[in-house]
Design a protein around this ligand. Structure first.
Ligand SMILES: [Zn+2]
Ligand SMILES: [Zn+2]
Length: 353
């Protein structure tokens, strides 16, 4: 079968690999109907996680809409023909961490993440014609036929992460909110935040077409490429700072921006995927300003997939317009390049094996 394989920084290509087969009773074999590329995959693409990827062997992809082809003997919730999606992290549903809702920290799978190399469980990815889901009963869900493939793809990671960002920020009616990062997850976070009645909603990014989208969805959009963006943003709060700041990027400078924009006693909900191991965090400042700092980029999405599905079913969030490009699996290298360069108004890539 065909699958995307990591060969090195900016070199993820489609290759011929051994067919996916079920080896354990708790596994499900799924045919990949569609997949996509997550913003976190761009950290892999640019080489930030080169050390954990085995060149020529590690696979990529963790967003799935699939069809069950075969199930292991212990699988109770799925049968061949079911249309499914799954959480980006494989969790068992039985261990202590799973039972307390920290499914990304599953003690059975040891923090396994689809398509993220040996350090994260050495699981294969969704950028393939098929893949095996271990402990499928615990972190896969059936998707009703009314939800189109593109919308359903966001159930694996982006949309539940947007739900989590909003829960962490806990926006109250009338509060001022700054959103840093207007990629697909950021924009879905914005859709949900809007429903909570913020008094001010400021969206920040550097990419013009993403800012346009945020503006159309009711936010004041500010370009962080401009010198005075911080002053402009803070002016929206009378210079005091925002009640709530949501960060959906994952760079030291965007976390710093979140801390610069939040008011004393405010909340920073950072769900960006941080891959840098050095960050100049001034804890005295966080302490003296009573800031609640949440970092949950390694998000426990499984407990929020059902809520995400409900948002799709009820039309609160419609991710369909976010899908800007379609590629075949053979052209996954082009899909990564387009998404990475944000070329041609790129937002989210649909990949059809
Ligand atoms: Zn993701
Ligand atoms: Zn577990």
């Amino acid at each position: 079968m065909k699958a995307a394989v990591y060969y090195g920084p900016k070199d993820i290509r489609c290759a011929e690999v051994a067919d996916a087969v079920i080896r354990a009773d708790h596994e499900v074999l799924a045919r990949v109907v569609a997949t996509s590329i997550c913003g976190s995959d761009l950290h892999l693409y640019r080489g930030a996680l080169d050390a954990i990827m085995e060149k020529g062997r590690s696979r990529t992809g963790h967003e799935l809409i699939g069809e069950v082809v075969a199930v292991g003997k212990a699988v109770g919730r799925f049968r061949p023909g079911d249309r499914i999606s799954m959480a980006y992290s494989a969790s068992c549903g039985e261990c202590y961490m799973c039972r307390v809702g920290q499914t990304a920290h599953c003690e059975t799978t040891h923090k396994a993440v689809y398509g993220f190399g040996a350090a994260f469980g050495d699981l294969n990815g969704t950028h393939a014609e098929a893949l095996v889901l271990p402990y499928a009963d615990a972190h896969a869900i059936k998707v009703p036929k009314e939800i189109p493939d593109v919308a359903a793809l966001t159930l694996s990671c982006n949309l539940p992460s947007a739900v989590i960002a909003n829960r962490l920020a806990d926006i109250q009616p009338g509060e001022s909110v700054a959103l840093i990062g207007c990629g697909p997850t950021g924009l879905m976070t914005l859709e949900i935040a809007r429903e909570r009645g913020p008094g001010r909603l400021v969206a920040l990014d550097r990419v013009a077409h993403r800012l346009d989208y945020a503006k159309k969805r009711g936010a004041l959009a500010l370009d962080t490429g401009e010198a005075d963006w911080k002053e402009k943003a803070l002016a929206e709060t009378g210079g005091r700072g925002f009640d709530k700041v949501i960060e959906v990027v994952g760079y030291p400078e965007t976390l710093q921006a979140a801390l610069d924009l939040v008011r004393p006693g405010g909340t920073v909900a950072a769900i960006g995927v941080f891959t840098d191991d050095k960050f100049n965090l001034n804890l005295a400042d966080v302490f003296l300003r009573d800031i609640s700092l949440h970092m949950n980029g390694f998000a426990n999405v499984q407990p929020f997939m059902w809520e995400a599905l409900r948002l799709l079913e009820r039309g609160v969030v419609d991710p369909t317009p976010l899908f800007s490009h379609t590629f075949s699996l053979e052209a996954i290298d082009q899909a990564f390049r387009t998404f990475h360069e944000k070329a041609d108004n790129a937002m989210k890539m649909l990949i059809r094996p």
